[in-house]
Write a protein that binds this ligand. Sequence first.
Ligand SMILES: [Zn+2]
Length: 182
Amino acid sequence: MTPHTPPPGDRVPLTCEDIARHNERWIESQFQGMRPLRPARHMAIVACMDSRMPVYQLLGLDYGDAHIIRNAGGVVTDDVIRSLVLSQRAMGTRSIVLLHHTDCGLTKISEDTLRHDLEQATGLAPKFTFEAFRDPYASVRQSIRRLHLSPFLLCKDEILGYVYDVESGRLNQVRLDDETRS
Ligand SMILES: [Zn+2]
């Protein structure tokens, strides 16, 4: 939340002293006390774990506003459905916002190659899929379809999908009937 301009390139991981210092700064400058357990804006956001996508900041949200569920790609998996079911049925959220992005790491791997390499290295083939994709717009549409197919979700009327452009910072909305865009 604090404005700053980190230098480009790799930096070292935070130490426990760094974390303690940043936490104190957060408490002094941003923290406004405990907020209700139920997200104030009744929203759940499913986003890629990419470090360049500051979800709360780019949507103008504050802590307490929305659930954020993140994984590699921001793809809708069974475990994302698990969290969304809890979010909607136990915590009262209604709208779901999907955030994928350009230059995603999942567009740069081959599902078959990675699975093969893992099996060669460990003797085990993973039970999960990595959900590699080429087109983030198509990936958002697939995730929207998976949400519509789930029988467990309470509310599917407010599903919004976006691709975040990591070069411009712009969010581009994706609609199911927008098949021609890539
Ligand atoms: Zn990504």
